[in-house]
Design a protein. Sequence first.
Length: 65
Amino acid sequence: MPNSPSDAPRRLSIQRKGPLLVEGPVEVELEDGTTVSSDRFRVALCTCRRSRRYPWCDTSHRDRA
């Protein structure tokens, strides 16, 4: 993804006991170095690591919240 001074900053929304919401499109680099991407206008990133679709949130955090 290009990152020039003319690019608008990405907006992140932190939710207590919930996902990290990011205005897209986004690329996410995982711990093993692989990259996953989404071209959606907003994505929910899992912060609890319970998601079966990690790094994307599948609302698994609601089971134990």
